[in-house]
Design a protein around this ligand. Sequence first.
Ligand code: ATP
Ligand code: MG
Length: 232
Amino acid sequence: MREAVSKTEWVLQKALACAKIPAMENLGFKWSTVRRLGIMGGTFDPIHHGHLVAAEQVRQGYDLDRVVFIPSGRPPHKLDSEISSAKDRYLMGLLAIVDSPRFCVSLVELMREEIAYTIDTLRQLRSWSGPRCELYFIAGADMALDLPTWRQPDAVLDECRFIAVERPGYDLASVEQVLGAKRAAKVEVVSAPTPDISATDIRKRVAAGKSIAGLTPEPVSQYIAAAGLYSA
Ligand code: ATP
Ligand code: MG
């Protein structure tokens, strides 16, 4: 595993070093064949079963052709030291979806030098997908209720179908109260259970030497151990 990790790291580092945002990212499918595309943004530090279950619930519920996970560049509220590298988060994403042919991981936000806002990413994907593809932005309840703080929230709601997924500990019943009636009317709620897992808890468990079995796919756990992530 360790050898495989360092080899993939080397290849990816080379790719990132000379890469620009591709004219059209190759995500392993032909854009012309995709009619309904799910998009899930996040820090994914690390990706875990909460993300995968939420994405799969929406994929099935809306008959999506593909779901693309988009790890963010460094979010404005987090320091470099507080977040794993682009390389680590991208590789963990790939390891998590390796057995899921309808899932893929995009470099689009990781490659931007400036902060990538969701609205910019949606417009980038729209330019690749063409007008006939429906874009479904998938947000966990916490992220959906945070929408008013995003850059251009109304433009985001106009660019995609905005799907809010239940997450333990957050109450989507308050969506109208938090977002207001006009925005809430554009948010579609998927009431299907997702596991009570957070990346914060995974990082804490690793730092405390506790097991993370069952919280994230096994290859991701192995990568975390091999790369020495989150250890105190
Ligand atoms: P952190 O604890 O570092 O914030 P996280 O577990 O919240 O990590 P993120 O990368 O912040 O993961 O989240 C990406 C997206 O996945 C967000 O829309 C978030 O709401 C959603 N999400 C994360 N965990 C779950 C879960 N258990 N159920 C449903 N949605 C989830
Ligand atoms: Mg989060």
